[in-house]
Ligand binder design. Structure first.
Ligand SMILES: NC(=O)c1ccc[n+]([C@@H]2O[C@H](COP(=O)([O-])OP(=O)(O)OC[C@H]3O[C@@H](n4cnc5c(N)ncnc54)[C@H](O)[C@@H]3O)[C@@H](O)[C@H]2O)c1
Ligand SMILES: [Zn+2]
Length: 353
């Protein structure tokens, strides 16, 4: 078992526990401290795990949203809040979010808003939610066609991470989490070495389950140092400016696959500007292995540059800010103008590195 604690400036504390059989033991025990607990999930996860939750936690009020990002909306948020009110949930009660990043983000926001904030327990069931979204207290819904436009920071009281959930994940969702894990590898040498040594097992859920705690420890360290994303936490944007641009233009692959492509491209951009070429080539090989061996066709370079300019991290003056890998465990910020970024993408598309 591995446990981690995060306390942010407002002294909200999160206890993160990684272990097997979490429903039966840790979660059931934590809930004994509450008069009432309300479970929030999505229909897919509930179909797979609802019965097991019922056995572990007994009869609980439950609200299930339809699965998927399309439902990460204010409508779902308010439907959940209405269900919590109808169940008579009180200020000292608790909301349990059982699901992927969508359930975690919507449920976290509902917990932050309900009676000005109640306790929330996150039980992440996707690889992405286990290594990334459940740690750090960011919550949100999409609004006006903009992802995560409305949200707050609200640290969960507990995060319970159980590898057993990974056994039912579809391959696409595995790759989605793998993108963030390779990104962590670009920032943390211990993760990088483990991934390189296990390059032929990158999509094996048992291997991934083994490295979840290492990834949680890394993200918890970053969040602990910078809970409100003032500085260091920006390192987690590595590869994401390009990833978001491709996601906007193309949208056929998962977020994690675009992160792998973005990290590959930004490693090449960094290598051309004084980054450690030997290390960056190894990182690119890791991205390719995680993508299944080949780099998918890139979107049109000019259109990608225009889309990258829209990224909320940018200043809006026609310049693109990238958080790129620089050397082993090191990153740096690069600012390119739109034309320069488009030229780089076109070159990498032609030459492949
Ligand atoms: N808060 C943060 O810091 C943060 C960080 C990264 C991403 N996010 C958000 O996370 C969301 C993406 O999360 P996600 O990738 O987990 O997507 P998701 O929650 O939509 O889950 C993906 C799919 O997997 C299914 N699923 C979940 N657990 C399963 C299991 N154990 N077995 C089989 N199927 C399962 C879900 O029903 C869904 O269909 C995005 O909305 C993104 O904005 C938030
Ligand atoms: Zn991401």
């Amino acid at each position: 078992m591995r446990t981690f604690t995060i306390t942010d400036e407002s002294t909200q504390t999160s206890r993160i526990v990684c272990r097997r059989e979490i429903l039966q033991q840790a979660l059931a025990e934590a809930l004994r401290g509450y008069r009432q607990a309300f479970v929030f999930s999505d229909e897919t996860v509930w179909q797979l795990y609802g019965r097991r939750v019922g056995r572990a936690l007994g009869e609980r009020a439950v609200y299930c949203m339809p699965a998927g990002e399309a439902h990460k909306t204010p409508e779902t948020l308010f439907a959940l809040l209405a269900a919590m009110a109808q169940a008579g949930l009180h200020r000292n009660d608790c909301l349990v979010c059982l699901g992927g990043g969508v359930v975690g983000d919507v449920g976290g926001l509902a917990a932050a808003l309900y009676m000005r904030g109640i306790d929330c327990i996150q039980v992440p069931t996707t690889l992405l939610a286990q290594v990334d979204s459940s740690v750090g207290g960011k919550t949100a819904v999409d609004f006006c066609s903009i992802k995560n436009l409305v949200g707050v920071f609200h640290q969960p009281k507990y995060v319970y991470i159980d590898p057993v959930f990974l056994s039912t994940l579809p391959a696409r969702e595995v790759r989605c989490g793998l993108g963030e894990i390779v990104k962590h590898g670009a920032l943390c040498p211990e993760i990088f070495d483990t991934l390189e040594q296990n390059r032929d097992r990158l999509t094996d859920w048992k291997f991934l389950a083994d490295i979840v705690p290492m990834n949680v420890a890394f993200k918890a360290d970053v969040v602990r140092a910078d809970a409100k994303e003032g500085g260091l936490r920006k390192c987690l944007n590595l590869g994401h400016t390009s990833a978001h641009a491709f996601e906007l233009l193309d949208g056929r692959l998962s977020h994690g696959e675009y992160v792998l492509i973005g990290t590959y491209l930004e490693a090449a951009i960094s290598a051309a500007r004084g980054g450690d070429r030997e290390y960056l080539a190894r990182l690119q090989q890791l991205c390719l292995a995680a993508l299944g061996g080949t780099l998918p066709a890139l979107p049109d370079a000019e259109a990608a540059a225009r889309a990258a300019c829209l990224d909320k991290k940018n200043t809006g003056r026609g310049r693109i800010v990238l958080t790129v890998p620089a050397a082993r465990g090191e990153y740096r910020l690069l600012e390119l103008d739109t034309q320069e970024y488009a030229r780089e993408l076109a070159r990498i598309g032609r030459e492949g590195c």
